[in-house]
Design a protein around this ligand. Sequence first.
Ligand SMILES: Cc1cc2nc3c(=O)[nH]c(=O)nc-3n(C[C@H](O)[C@H](O)[C@H](O)COP(=O)(O)O)c2cc1C
Length: 163
Amino acid sequence: MDAYTNIRTKRDSRSYKPDPIPEDVLQRILQAGRMAGSSKNTQPWGFVVFRDEARKRELAACGQFAEHVPSAPLVIAVILTPGGGPLDAGRAAQNMMLAAWAEGITSCPVAMHDQDCAARTVGLPPEHRVAIVLSFGYPESKESMHRGIQRKPLEELVHHERW
Ligand SMILES: Cc1cc2nc3c(=O)[nH]c(=O)nc-3n(C[C@H](O)[C@H](O)[C@H](O)COP(=O)(O)O)c2cc1C
């Protein structure tokens, strides 16, 4: 899959086969996160891997729309260390999801609405926070990949020289 097709076809989906993610694939996903650029190359992040069912359930309880998280064979919490910003975390997260999709693995970012709960569950030191949680798995079916969600047309988004 070329880069443009990968980006264009990536959908956030929440139904996964139970098949585990092979270790070498996990390593490539994590490397993709690691290689993201960050402000002043501070790399203000860490990645916490969850595969244990009970731990995934604990984490899911910290989000409002996280019911599918325990059923994902792989979950990665993207952690921001002090000084890191949301764009840093976003670049690392999208890199990981696109690298996974290139291997046929679908994913979904999941917000942690109760930040204290998420930090406690992950076991974070002070001033660290869970920027986003990513659930990964092989798609359960083709149908589960297409919720029919559209994007705004470019004409609505693009401006030239000024807003
Ligand atoms: C910052 C952010 C937070 C999100 N949080 C959640 C969430 O808590 N639960 C969830 O199921 N999806 C979550 N999503 C996924 C969005 O619902 C999804 O990107 C959007 O509906 C587009 O879906 P599509 O790529 O399948 O078209 C989140 C996405 C982003 C970027």
